[in-house]
Design a protein around this ligand. Structure first.
Ligand SMILES: [Cu+2]
Length: 67
């Protein structure tokens, strides 16, 4: 399943790295691509193993705000 999550607070490449790492650490996430330009993350994940809420909560824990 592929979803796009808009994220507030991504300001530089460092943020992109932190958000990407946080999302990649969620079990069931296959692929993540964070865009500094669009302030969003495109996440490919296995729907049987995780869900959007879990992914968003990992983003929050890293200090960013999914919208
Ligand atoms: Cu930053």
């Amino acid at each position: 399943m592929r979803e796009t999550i808009k994220i507030e607070g991504i300001a530089c490449e460092h943020c992109v790295m932190r958000v990407g790492r946080a999302i990649a650490s969620v079990k069931g996430v296959r692929e993540v691509d964070v865009s500094l330009e669009n302030k969003e993350a495109v996440v490919d994940f296995e729907a049987e193993k995780t869900n959007l809420e879990e992914i968003k909560s990992a983003v929050r824990e890293a200090g960013y705000e999914p919208i």
